[in-house]
Design a protein around this ligand. Structure first.
Ligand code: K7E
Ligand code: CUA
Length: 678
């Protein structure tokens, strides 16, 4: 560090980052071997600190985004044990999400079926500024979407597409009582205010025609239901990250911007010409007031809102055709710009709500802005010009101070309960602890390697728990047994309860975690659903007793209403299906007990299995291509006779005269005693 910083000060700012990157990588390259082994020796005390004895539960749930796998991974802390993978924007063959008929509408968008996305930021729903353990909101970066995971079932229950956005990266940021979830676009695009959506425009018109948008999604307190209330159309910059205020600043949300140059090509250089980009400050309460008081315009739109119904377990899509928008130039006092180090990444607000830290990845210091100074600057109109009618503050008039030489490549900051900030340094591969009041660096710990986000349970709220910190590293190189060209990413658990940070544990993660959230287990575990009540199942094709099972033909579609219970399907012998029929298996799991899902898979199906939770109904579509007798079976080991849980579908040639016929056992219908459900 001491060697690098003078260099970074000498070199031309534009090349500085490139050089820092190269030097950083070289340092990692040679430091990865012996040095790492020396510096992270985990003592037996550390292993005791993360040891959760077999049969005991972890203290926290943590939710790590999966980045390019479109999923959320749930880990217990401090053990680092993987508890669940929740598919959100990805098809998931493991349980049929995105493959079975009930969940396919979840992945519908105005672009059609989009079974993948890039999921970066999980955020827990909030009550009174604290995570309440009800829902987890996450963003889809690529085809802009915001999703909601229900933490009673750990299932994705709602996905809303975001119109007028292209790259939903600074998203989703809940206000302190979930009044709004904010979602900003990363890319600006030419917006056609008359016809709606993206218009056709030459890239040469970037500077004049491109705009960004920040979406204000209203949520319902009861069920977290989302509704896009309005958008604020903002200057054509790139918007990177966001975070909400708290306490005195709780009416505000802050967004980092880059490419305020509005460069359209070679952004690695073009977007770094200005010495400064901006931190955008938006008063969300005032915006909502403007929207309510008639300042909003309306434009055509076309976006999908997909919701899973509680009773039927079926997702349904609504297509929404208009959206309201506000223009900052028409809404005085709603939006301001704070000059910030060029191309900043994370923006983080400390627990008191007074300090806003901008992580300028190319800067050699971390600027900390003061909310009260910002309020004063607004009062005194202490501005330095404006952009599109949005006032720009003078840097000094809102700056609280700078953390000098914190490390190289700061990306993100999170806070503890003792007035300290912790920042990740991507290039110098370390977490740096500093005091928010006096801005002095207090401690640094190497991490392996190149950390992105970090997370302290509650560290983005007014009440962090200052015991653990999880840092998520992008590069693992020599850290684990090699697995070919692709290596896992890793999380490292650090004890932050003392003066010195202490590495406790290192665990591999799925795909690429960006941000994460954690919450005390007792806020979530007691509400966990054990099974769905069969009586509450309103699926139109559910059958609640074996005697109601049926197979019916409607033209070229064969509908099979089937039940599953340990250890058989009803029916398990089916005839009369023909090549080219569309066969839909509607399987109801009759079990009313915890941890007894049944799976269903049929040979040759062009999708996946589907895993049916107790009390639920799920449907799998199958178009047999060749005549034969096709086995189907249960995929989840459910009883000692699981391997016997199987059946057959006879598929005859097209036009054959084999009638529809179905049975279980020798008799049909099944005697009522056998069909009973406990
Ligand atoms: Cu990876 Cu939050 Cu998308 Cu930083 S972001 S690392
Ligand atoms: Cu049911 Cu295995």
């Amino acid at each position: 560090m001491e060697v690098l910083d003078p260099i970074s000060r000498l070199i031309a700012p534009r090349l500085g980052f490139m050089l820092m990157l190269i030097v950083g990588v070289v340092l990692q390259g040679c430091g990865g071997g012996d040095e790492s082994k020396k510096s992270d020796v985990v003592d037996s005390e550390a292993s005791a600190a993360v040891y959760v004895p077999p049969g005991q539960h972890d203290e926290y749930y943590s939710f790590l985004s999966g980045g390019f796998n479109g999923q959320v991974s749930v880990y217990g802390l401090p053990s680092g044990r993987l508890l669940k993978v929740i598919p959100v924007f990805s098809q998931f063959a493991e349980n049929g999400y995105g493959y079975n008929e009930e969940s396919k509408p979840m992945l519908m968008t105005s672009h059609g079926f989009v079974p993948w996305d890039d999921l970066h930021h999980p955020k827990l729903s909030r009550t009174d500024g604290l995570a309440d353990g009800k829902f987890l909101y996450v963003n889809g970066n690529n085809t802009p979407r915001v999703a909601k995971v229900d933490l009673a079932t750990f299932e994705t229950v709602e996905i809303m597409e975001i119109p007028n956005s292209a790259g939903n990266h600074c998203s989703p940021y809940p206000t302190n009582n979930n009044e709004y979830i904010l979602a900003g676009t990363r890319f600006s695009v030419p917006l056609d205010l008359e016809k709606g959506g993206m218009g056709d425009a030459s890239l040469e018109e970037y500077k004049d025609k491109f705009r960004g948008s920040i979406s204000f999604i209203k949520t319902n307190e009861e069920d977290g239901h989302m509704e896009l209330d309005f958008q604020v159309l903002v200057p054509g910059f790139d918007y990177d990250l966001a975070n909400g205020g708290k306490g005195p600043s709780e009416d505000w949300v802050f967004f980092t911007t880059y490419n305020t140059e509005k460069s359209r090509t070679l952004k690695e250089l073009g977007a770094s010409q200005n010495d400064r980009d901006y931190l955008a400050a938006i008063n969300w309460k005032l915006a909502a007031k403007y929207a309510a008081e008639g300042k909003a315009h309306e434009m055509p739109a076309n976006y999908y809102h997909n919701i899973k119904d509680h009773g039927s377990h079926q997702a349904k899509s609504n297509v929404i055709k208009k959206v309201r928008y506000l223009l900052p130039e028409e809404c005085p006092g709603m939006m301001y710009l704070i000059p910030a180090p060029k191309s900043p990444h994370g923006i983080d607000v400390d627990p008191t709500g007074e300090y806003m830290v901008v992580n300028g990845k190319l800067a050699s210091s971390l600027p900390v802005f003061s909310f009260s100074k910002m309020q004063k600057a607004i009062e005194n109109k202490d501005f330095d010009g404006e952009v599109n009618g949005i006032p720009v503050f003078k840097y000094e008039s809102v700056l609280y101070g700078e953390v000098k030489e914190p490390g190289l490549g700061p990306l993100h900051t999170e806070f503890d309960d003792k007035g300290n900030g912790y920042s990740t340094m991507f290039v110098s591969s370390e977490v740096v602890k500093w005091n928010v009041k006096d801005l002095q660096v207090l401690d640094r710990i190497p991490v392996y390697y190149s950390p992105g986000h970090l997370m302290i349970p509650g560290g983005d709220t007014k009440e962090p728990n200052g015991k653990y910190l999880v840092v998520m590293n992008k590069i693992t190189k020599d850290r684990y047994l090699p697995t070919g060209p692709e290596l896992v990413h890793a999380a490292q658990l650090i004890d932050i309860s003392g003066d010195k940070m202490r590495l406790l544990l290192d665990f591999p993660t799925l795909a690429e975690p960006h941000y994460a959230q954690a919450i005390a287990a007792d806020k979530v575990a007691p509400n966990s659903v054990k099974f769905y009540k069969l009586g509450d199942n309103t699926h139109p094709d559910a059958v609640k007793k074996e005697s109601d099972a049926s197979v019916t033909r409607q033209g070229r579609t064969v509908k099979i209403k089937m039940t599953s219970i340990r250890s058989h399907f009803t029916p398990d012998n089916i005839e009369g299906v023909q090549v080219g029929d569309t066969v839909i298996f509607h399987v109801t799991n009759l079990e009313q007990d915890w941890d007894v899902p049944h799976g269903f898979a049929v040979m040759g199906a062009n999708n996946s299995e589907t895993l049916i939770m107790p009390g639920a109904t799920q449907s799998l579509r199958w178009v047999p291509k060749q005549p034969g007798v096709y086995p189907f079976y249960c995929t989840d080991f459910c009883s000692a006779l699981h391997q016997e849980m199987q059946g057959y579908v006879r598929v005859s040639p097209r036009g054959s005269n084999v009638p529809i016929k179905f049975s279980t056992g020798e008799k049909r219908p099944v005697p009522p005693a056998q069909a009973s459900v406990n």
